[in-house]
Design a protein around this ligand. Structure first.
Ligand code: ADP
Ligand code: MG
Length: 462
């Protein structure tokens, strides 16, 4: 029918606009490399902030003692305690995960930090005999804070801006460690914050602790970001003393990457315009978990409105921003039943669309595939950009040398089709020889352990 033809035309046009042929991905990778250089040259030199982490030594594996970590970065935050046993590694670990009430994500700094500190305090009070603070010492904490921060030392840094649905204006420009410290004091808790780290930096540290060949870390979760180990001499904007190690971990803040080579569509432009941070986080808005389901919703909405894809009225739930979450999208995408039962159920339960035909459901799956494929292929291109910057995209470096990328985040962990596509695209872009030397390794909650390790290696008592 005419309506069906129109719906398919909308889908096809979207698919064409999302196309990521190899050549385009190579251009994206090259653009990433160019922007990395620009961001390292000067502050404000690029959309890529290339933030200096003040981590110039990754954990050695000799760290010892009880350390806490607090991981704030998305919809949940985690509190951990880790007993480090030197050569024996992590000998004890406990954690709790709490979701952040949505009103606190757009409220005041005081309210957010009080809430976090209260949860931290509760958790500390439940510490058992198995964990031991050395006599005469305060407890120490590594604070994983996954938003752009201009660090002023390993344990201080000012918030540059919020991302991922957070918008707490009075915290912008403030030292987040000072904010947390004050909130901890208000709880009557006696604890030192010895390291402030981005989740990518924590994941890099945690990954390196178990595998010496880790050179970079990538997070694909609610948002996305990457960090890597850079030669200190290759950072023109660094005016401090050259670290003894000769290295510095750089938090790229790659979510804010943008390039004319990125395949953007009308849906991406409108999503951006209606977001809390228009014009920012362009890369993040097409590859990360917070947004993929929302892009699918926007295309479905257009099909409903212009091609009566779901009947003569537009289903009202389809008008609600962010109602279709990425985990639901991935469940539909992974539906292997002959009659696409999962798709049917999701459409009914989330969007209140019943009586869908198999044909309609197939279109929904195809749409999920387009959105996930674009995201996964672009994230692979971003990784190739980092390898290029490090000169590790050719086989000239040592025989048998392995370059490991530590990966984490709910999207990477749970969205199998996305992960497979990312891994295949890396092979496609690197070619056979090189791709054997590049290993993507899942670093399960490396960022929490990593923050505890960094708190240990920067302990007040060393
Ligand atoms: P955060 O990034 O908030 O620190 P996570 O790394 O746990 O936390 O990532 C959570 C995100 O991962 C969710 O916001 C969601 O976008 C994505 N995600 C979680 N589960 C799934 C799933 N089953 N399929 C696809 N994406 C998922
Ligand atoms: Mg996280």
């Amino acid at each position: 029918s005419k309506r069906w033809g129109k719906a398919i035309a909308i889908l096809k046009e979207f698919e064409e606009k999302c196309a990521t042929p190899t050549l385009k991905l190579k251009q994206v990778a090259d653009a990433m490399t160019v922007e990395m250089h620009a961001g390292l040259a000067s502050d404000g030199g690029s959309k890529l902030k290339m933030l200096i982490s003040f981590v110039d030594n990754l954990p050695t594996g000799n760290e010892e003692g009880l350390f806490y970590a607090l991981d704030l970065g998305g919809t949940n935050f985690r509190v951990l305690r880790v007993q480090l046993g030197g050569k024996d590694g992590v000998v004890g670990q406990e954690f709790t995960e709490v979701s952040i009430p949505p009103n606190l994500m757009v409220g005041t700094s005081h309210e957010l930090f009080d809430y976090i500190a209260a949860e931290l305090s509760k958790f500390v009070n439940e510490e058992s005999e198995d964990f031991k603070v050395p006599p005469g010492r305060k407890r120490e904490l590594g604070f994983t804070f996954s938003f752009p921060v201009k660090q002023t030392s390993i344990s201080s840094g000012d918030l540059i801006n919020w991302t991922k649905g957070f918008k707490i204006d009075d915290a912008v420009g403030q030292d987040v460690v000072a904010e947390l410290r004050k909130a901890i004091e208000r709880q009557g808790l006696d604890m030192n914050i010895t390291a402030l780290v981005n989740d990518t930096v924590g994941t890099l540290a945690g990954g390196r602790h178990t595998n010496k060949d880790v050179i970079a870390a990538v997070i694909l979760g609610t948002g996305t970001n990457a960090a890597y180990v850079e030669s200190a001499q290759a950072i023109p904007k660094w005016h401090g003393d050259l670290p003894k190690s000769g290295e510095m971990v750089i938090n790229m803040e790659w979510g804010n990457f943008r390039s004319s080579h990125l395949p953007l569509t009308e849906y991406d432009y409108s999503l951006d315009a209606e977001s809390l941070n228009p014009g920012e986080q362009t890369f993040e808005k097409i590859i990360s978990g917070m947004y993929l389901g929302e892009i699918v919703r926007r295309v479905l909405y257009k099909m409903a409105e212009e091609a009566w894809f779901f009947g003569e009225t537009v289903p009202s739930k389809l008008k609600v921003p962010f109602i279709l979450r990425t985990p639901d999208m991935s469940a539909m995408h992974h539906d292997s039943s002959a009659d696409l039962n999962v798709v049917k159920t999701k459409l009914k339960e989330i969007l209140e669309i019943s009586d869908t035909s198999l044909e309609v459901r197939k279109v929904v799956v195809a749409l999920c595939n387009i959105v996930a494929t674009r995201g996964a292929r672009l994230s692979a291109a971003g990784i190739v950009g980092i390898l290029k910057k490090l000169g590790k995209d050719t086989i000239t470096n040592g025989e048998g040398q392995k370059n490991v990328i530590a990966m984490d985040g709910g999207l990477y962990e749970h969205y199998t089709e996305y992960r497979k596509c990312l891994e295949n695209t890396l092979k496609e872009l690197l070619g056979e020889g090189v791709s054997d030397s590049v290993i993507v390794e899942h670093s399960n909650d490396g960022s929490g352990t990593g923050a505890a390790l960094l708190a240990a290696s920067h302990s007040f008592y060393l």
